[in-house]
Write a protein of this length. Structure first.
Length: 265
């Protein structure tokens, strides 16, 4: 019986480190997500946790691909790759028939359009402004003193969306403070914040072109309030998965497997 090939993908985000280990490019043996990003011990910790789950050591790994914001800082990688390529590859594996991927992370928001073979054919990316990103939501969480993990639930209980019209984080923060001063319901404010994010990101989606199946990856995909707001804005169903946040790491692990095969041949 031939030896299994173990590949590791590490997605070093600005706020979170994700790791996936595959056997023969297919079966997920280990995965980890640590809420610490580039420049922290989160990267090594996520790798250690994934290895522990897989019952492997780093010496067992045949090839490592790093991706994400801090990909060049992970010196153990055999190769670093664009997060766009890795999210396309991982998203196509998680969501069958996906043609549009909306990825909202800590510092950027990107939209990828894939062809029928799962290859990226177009993309647009916002990495110059915090509006429409996880960072924007973190700022609002701090202003409202509501944990970010509770935003989706608050949104679901809102009676109406308060108007948060500014697409600039600084100005939107002022709007939210003003709404609080006028005793606006916090649930309505959060729904308004989600609508603001959806308005910003949907503009990017329309530039790329909406093609079903539409799926969402990145940390913000866990916030169902944003998912619902985007569905309403784009008038399309959006798929999410428990593994949505691991899409980049999964794509990197698949590429690691493919690179190992090329090296051997």
């Amino acid at each position: 019986m031939s030896k299994k090939i173990y590949s590791l993908g590490i997605d070093v985000g600005s706020t979170t480190s994700k790791c996936v280990i595959l056997a023969d490019g297919q079966d997920i043996l280990g995965k980890a997500l640590v809420g610490k990003g580039a420049g922290t011990d989160g990267v090594d910790k996520s790798v250690s946790l994934a290895l522990e789950e897989a019952g492997l050591s780093l010496d067992d790994i045949d090839f490592i691909v790093a991706t994400g914001y801090g990909r060049n800082s992970y010196t153990r990688a055999d190769k670093s790759m664009s997060e766009l390529s890795c999210h396309a590859k991982g998203g196509a594996r998680i969501f069958e028939g996906v043609r549009t991927i909306i990825d909202i992370g800590g510092q950027d928001a990107k939209v990828l359009r894939l062809d029928e073979f799962g290859q990226m054919e177009n993309f647009v990316m916002n990495d110059k402004c915090a509006a429409g990103t996880g960072r924007f939501l973190e700022v609002m969480s701090n202003v409202l003193h509501v944990p970010l993990d509770d935003f989706g639930e608050y949104d679901a209980q809102a009676k109406d969306a308060a108007s948060v019209s500014s697409t600039c984080t600084v100005f939107a923060e002022s709007e939210v403070i003003s709404l609080l001063a006028h005793n606006e319901d916090v649930k309505n404010i959060i729904k308004g914040i989600h609508s603001s994010v959806a308005s910003r990101v949907s503009g990017q989606v329309r530039r790329v072109g909406v093609k079903p199946v539409v799926a969402m990856t990145g940390g913000v995909s866990r916030n169902m309030g944003v998912v619902r707001a985007l569905e309403a804005e784009l008038e399309v169903d959006i798929q999410v998965s428990p593994d949505s946040q691991l899409a980049g790491a999964l794509g990197a692990a698949i590429y690691a497997y493919e690179n190992f095969l090329k090296k051997e041949n």
